[in-house]
Design a binder for this molecule. Structure first.
Ligand SMILES: Cc1cc2nc3c(=O)[nH]c(=O)nc-3n(C[C@H](O)[C@H](O)[C@H](O)COP(=O)(O)O)c2cc1C
Length: 193
């Protein structure tokens, strides 16, 4: 797949905001089964191979995984403080967990595990997230296999179908809307901020 037209401004934003460590975090919104929104900060782990899909890693026991399993759709909201730009990327989410049969996706999940720092890998061995806090010894570091992910380690992929890019630096502000068409081409349009 060719690179979507929004990839170029997003790459520039990442490049120009390199000195701000927060620019590799964004908010991922999902939908609870009762229709209410759920939102949280996650780390941007790059794009899946040659696709336009954003990678996120998480724990299978987290609420977001339950939400995505029931309703696989989400939106990322990403603010770049140095250049004062916001990207909102919306589309279907793919959950890659230990049961995913697709070989290429399973390999991508393993690669992601291998690239984590030891301290991040260890977080996946912690007791159930959001359960009442018990014995602090339950958090003591185990010896982990750096090649094979723990079963609770998941890769999430966001495949954007619309992207809304807002630039606050100019007066008036600039805003562009990108949309994936039925024939897999992208259309783009400057819109009012
Ligand atoms: C800076 C920052 C980065 C985070 N990165 C991740 C991440 O990459 N993946 C993740 O699952 N949670 C991450 N978290 C924790 C989530 O924000 C959230 O608390 C957790 O995933 C539970 O969310 P849930 O109950 O909605 O599933 C991060 C939190 C912060 C503050």
């Amino acid at each position: 797949m060719s690179l979507a037209p929004w990839r170029s401004p997003l790459s520039h934003a990442l490049e120009r905001n390199r000195s701000s460590p927060e620019s590799c975090y964004f908010q991922l919104a999902t939908i609870r089964p009762d229709g209410t929104p759920a939102n949280r900060t996650v780390v941007f782990r790059g794009f899946l191979d040659e696709t336009n899909q954003l990678k996120i890693v998480t724990d299978a026991r987290s609420q977001k995984v339950k939400q995505i399993s029931a309703l696989p759709h989400g939106e990322v909201c990403w603010y770049f403080p140095i250049t004062r730009e916001q990207f909102r990327l919306q589309g279907p989410l793919t959950l890659v967990d230990s049961y995913t049969p697709n070989r290429a996706l399973q390999q991508a999940r393993c690669r992601e595990w291998q690239q984590l720092s030891d301290s991040t890998r260890r977080q996946f061995s912690w007791p159930d997230p959001a359960a009442p806090c018990g014995d602090r010894d339950d958090f003591s570091p185990p010896v982990l296999d750096t090649t094979q992910p723990l079963p609770q380690f998941c890769l999430i992929l966001l495949n954007p179908i619309t992207v809304d890019w807002l630039e606050l630096r100019s007066e008036p502000h600039n805003r562009w809307f990108y949309q994936l068409n039925g024939d897999r081409t992208w259309s783009q349009q400057a819109i009012n901020p």
